[in-house]
Design a protein around this ligand. Structure first.
Ligand SMILES: [Zn+2]
Ligand SMILES: [Zn+2]
Ligand SMILES: [Zn+2]
Ligand SMILES: [Zn+2]
Length: 201
């Protein structure tokens, strides 16, 4: 339309906004909707709620989301935009759920894919271990340890104990010697024939 203005004040929110922030409306002299898009959306939602309520549906109390905030449908909290990941697939450019909820979701996906465990399995395993790492028995564990050959989940270990097992390449014989070593026993290989040593077991 040739007489489109560059913008105008919205009579509802009283903000001056550029023309693209209004809907097109051929019925109005300036070719733009009366209210801005944002106010239209809110008004549409309001009248939708009113219709639902009149029709006898239960309607959730309206929540006012302040500017720069968004309500997470998962945790139902209203959080600032910095608490959301960007997403080009969403109309508002932000992911559907907040960062915290996404983290929980991706953790659950990781547990499932890598260990075939649900979050409930994980919590049950932690409870079974009385909430501590079964090796050092002091730290709160967070690493699911599994047998790399069979894939069987063994326990939830703390970061250090899990790393230590990795250093010993999960070898029980070396780990046993390490234990007696720190108690003061240094194992020597036994000479069985010239040049042939039998390693202590
Ligand atoms: Zn407005
Ligand atoms: Zn959330
Ligand atoms: Zn530990
Ligand atoms: Zn060594």
């Amino acid at each position: 339309m040739s007489d489109l203005k560059s913008g105008k004040e919205c009579p509802d929110c009283k903000a001056w906004k550029p023309a693209q922030d209004f809907r097109r409306s051929a019925g109005n002299p300036d070719g733009l909707s009366w209210y801005c898009r944002e106010c239209f959306r809110r008004r549409d939602a309001d009248s939708y709620r009113a219709r639902r309520e009149r029709a006898g549906f239960k309607v959730r109390p309206k929540i006012d989301v302040p500017d720069g905030h968004k309500r997470c449908p998962k945790c139902e909290e209203i959080k600032p935009h910095s608490e959301w990941h960007k997403s080009s697939r969403q109309w508002d450019g932000l992911a559907a759920a907040c960062k915290a909820c996404r983290k929980v979701e991706s953790r659950a996906g990781h547990l499932k894919r890598k260990y075939g465990m649900t979050e409930a399995d994980y919590r049950a395993m932690l409870a079974e271990q009385m909430g501590v790492c079964p090796i050092c028995q002091s730290t709160r564990p967070e690493h699911v340890d599994h047998d790399h050959e069979t894939g069987r989940v063994r326990a939830v270990l703390c970061f250090n104990c899990n790393a230590a097992l990795g250093m010993f390449k999960d070898r029980p014989d070396a780990l046993r010697r390490a234990a007696t070593y720190v108690e003061g026993i240094v194992w020597k290989p036994t000479l069985v024939a010239p040049g042939v040593y039998r390693l202590p077991s």
